[in-house]
Ligand binder design. Structure first.
Ligand code: FE2
Length: 319
């Protein structure tokens, strides 16, 4: 079916053609054999209106244009060709032709539209499975580099899905958050081992090197066909609602909702996990730390949703 800003122009064209044919039809009358030929040509031109309507507006357009043609044609037959029953029989047969053509052309347009939708859906599914395969490959690359990061990412993905569902996000956004969470730290592949695995405090220079990882991740993801949205989420997973995050200092809703969710999940998971340089924090303490920064450092609704998720799982009392 025709889909573009030109729909109104097509409608105007159809109405202009219908009006011109109808006016010409009534104007020529039925005086001579020559005029009869003109009538036959004009009656045929109505078919173009019906076919064009089917191409541009599908089955509905074809049927509506048939109604319009019928509404113009019957008065023409009754007025201009009155008292000519033999001729009228031919003319009424033409009405049947209009409707048969409308149904045929409309049905073909409708089937073509369905085929196109099916094709687009299978293309999207192919893109999505290519993205998932690419992400699985990146996840394996992470494992080869650092088993801890991969386990952490899987935990973040589980939490991101739980938060997204708790917030009532559409399924596709929850899935985007999950995929982004699985490889949110893939950019750490580009951070030197002695910095990435350093047990103690990082120097300013080392911290800056680590803070490059969202941009490195986005650069890794962008060339993957269909992974642009995931690249945007990963790029923003260290942004804060108050603009104090990195790499771009985005604020509030300028940060994709999926990235805000991944950040809440990421920070919570990091706090409750044991790392070489720190012990694991208990869930209540981690949630209370997140609550202190809710609305400034972390997405407020995301933190509230995580608390509800934890309360339902029995790991935290809702406050
Ligand atoms: Fe990160």
């Amino acid at each position: 079916m025709y889909k573009a800003g030109g729909q109104l122009r097509c409608l105007a064209l159809l109405m202009a053609a219908w009006t011109a044919i109808t006016v010409a039809h009534f104007a020529i009358g039925a005086g001579t054999h020559g005029l009869h030929v003109v009538h036959i040509v004009l009656a045929g031109l109505y078919l173009l209106v019906v076919i064009a309507a089917a191409i541009w507006f599908g089955l509905v357009g074809a049927l509506l244009s048939s109604i319009a043609v019928t509404a113009a044609y019957i008065p023409y037959v009754l007025v201009v060709w009155r008292n000519q029953p033999m001729e009228n029989a031919n003319q009424y047969a033409m009405l049947v032709v209009y409707w048969v053509v409308a149904f045929t052309a409309g049905t073909l347009a409708w089937r073509r539209e369905i085929e196109m939708q099916r094709h687009l859906a299978s293309e999207r599914a192919a893109d999505r499975s290519a993205v998932i395969e690419a992400i699985a490959g990146l996840s394996n690359a992470l494992r080869a580099r650092d088993e801890y990061t991969r386990e952490h990412s899987e935990q973040v993905a589980l939490l991101a899905v739980a938060i997204g569902n708790e917030l009532g996000l559409p399924e596709n956004q929850v899935e985007l958050a999950r995929l982004a969470a699985l490889i949110h730290d893939v950019g750490k592949i580009g951070v030197r081992d002695d910095v990435l695995l350093k047990p103690g405090q990082l120097s300013d220079e080392e911290r800056q090197a680590v803070q490059q990882h969202p941009m490195i991740a986005a650069d890794i993801l962008r060339p993957i066909h269909g992974a642009n949205e995931i690249a945007d989420i990963v790029l923003a997973h260290h942004e804060c609602p108050d603009g104090s995050g990195y790499p771009r200092g985005l604020r509030g809703e300028a940060i994709p909702i999926e990235a805000r969710i991944v950040r809440v999940a990421d920070v919570y998971a990091s706090l409750v996990e044991r790392r070489p340089y720190k012990n694991a924090m208990d869930s209540d303490s981690a949630l209370s730390l997140l609550s202190q920064g809710a609305g400034s450092k972390f997405d407020l609704e995301g933190v509230q949703a995580l608390k509800r998720v934890m309360a339902k799982s029995g790991m935290h009392k809702a406050t």
